[in-house]
Design a protein around this ligand. Structure first.
Ligand code: ZN
Ligand code: ZN
Length: 355
């Protein structure tokens, strides 16, 4: 069953008469469209892909599961939408809650013939469970991220700047036909205590922790991997912190099984970090869904409302960040299956000392 049919079934089950899907990631997931502007107008029995003249040809090639309806200037989107909802006999239309207030105001004034209702959470549970084809695409993106770490590892030596390393990462992905999934994080020494540090002109020094958090977007799907290295010889404290983060990461991957809650899996990491009084330095969630978006739907955290199910893909990324000392984060991408967790990223994760 394609994603359009899956959503139509969900609309029928939840008594949603019609929905206007506007979130572009949702639109791309539904239809295979790769352009940046398009909408799906869908009822349990019918549907249309709506776009403007910039994308008519592209949509005709890419969107197989719906008829394409496109408009051109001087027609406005709301005028075109109006005529489409009338033709389809829609009188109640659900909108996604991610639109801005300005958009909603524009739509309800421009299309006053329908009653606009906020959509229930129909797409998220579908999008969280990946098809085999989606998992394959994520796997390929993971392979590229692994290869990129191998490629830049040789640059990790005293005197090389964070900025130069981040450029090489971007260059590697682009040269291999991928996009950069997000701006690479290269955080060395004291900067590694900042979970989302931006690469700076700081040059690596002996005795630094260096954290690389990188991801490729390949064929519309993402990878997201983090490794932390030591420049020169690791101190006892380096080892103690690193080994505990690694232990918590391995145990939480092991816990990522169908039926577990996001809160439970997150708790596994926290409990292990606490054996060495390190949980206080772990300020973010354990992981997030991964797919068409880097921070895809779903979270593993103290406040997660998600339950683990086969077909989901999650990041597992515990971290410890100690101001003035440095930080360690280790992140892998994991596919949930009925027979256990399948780790999609394979770069080695025992402590690597680079001399
Ligand atoms: Zn990451
Ligand atoms: Zn991540």
């Amino acid at each position: 069953m394609n994603n359009v049919s899956r959503l139509q079934t969900a609309l029928a089950e939840q008594n949603v008469p019609a929905i206007l899907v506007s979130d572009i990631t949702n639109v791309q997931w539904l239809t295979g469209f790769t352009g940046s502007s398009g909408f799906v107008l869908l009822t349990p029995a019918a549907g249309r892909f709506i776009t403007d003249s910039r994308y008519t040809i592209q949509a005709g090639e890419e969107v197989k599961s719906l008829a394409v309806a496109s408009y051109a200037s001087p027609v406005k989107f709301t005028e075109f939408l109006s005529s489409n909802v009338t033709e389809m006999g829609i009188d109640q239309l659900a909108f996604e809650k991610t639109i801005t207030y300005g958009t909603w105001d524009d739509w309800r004034k421009g299309v006053p013939t329908v009653e606009w209702i906020p959509a229930p959470e129909v797409i998220k549970p579908l999008r969280m469970v990946k098809t085999a084809d989606e998992v394959e695409k994520i796997r390929k993106a993971c392979e590229l991220a692994d290869a990129c770490l191998g490629h830049v590892q040789r640059m990790l030596q005293p005197g090389v700047s964070e900025y130069d390393i981040s450029l090489e990462i971007e260059f590697f992905f682009r040269r291999n036909g991928a996009e950069v999934g997000f701006a690479p994080i290269v955080a060395s020494g004291p900067n590694s205590a900042r979970p989302h540090a931006r690469p700076s002109e700081r040059k690596l020094e002996s005795g630094d922790f260096v954290t690389l958090d990188i991801g490729a977007q390949l064929n519309g799907y993402n990878s997201d991997i983090t490794r932390t290295f030591v420049i020169g010889k690791a101190s006892d404290r380096h080892r103690e912190v690193y080994d505990q983060v690694l232990k918590s990461q391995i145990a939480s991957i092991e816990a990522l099984r169908p039926g577990k809650t996001g809160v439970e899996v997150d708790g596994v990491a926290r409990t292990i970090l606490d054996e060495k009084q390190l949980a206080q330095y772990f300020g973010h969630g354990l992981g997030h869904g991964l797919g068409k978006a880097v921070h895809d739907l779903g979270s593993l955290s103290t406040r997660s409302e998600d339950t683990i199910a086969p077909g989901q893909v999650w990041t597992i990324e515990p971290g410890v960040y100690i101001e003035g000392f440095g930080g360690v984060r280790i992140e892998d991408d994991v596919h949930v299956t009925t027979s256990g967790p399948e780790v999609l990223t394979h770069f080695p994760k025992e402590l690597i000392e680079l001399n």
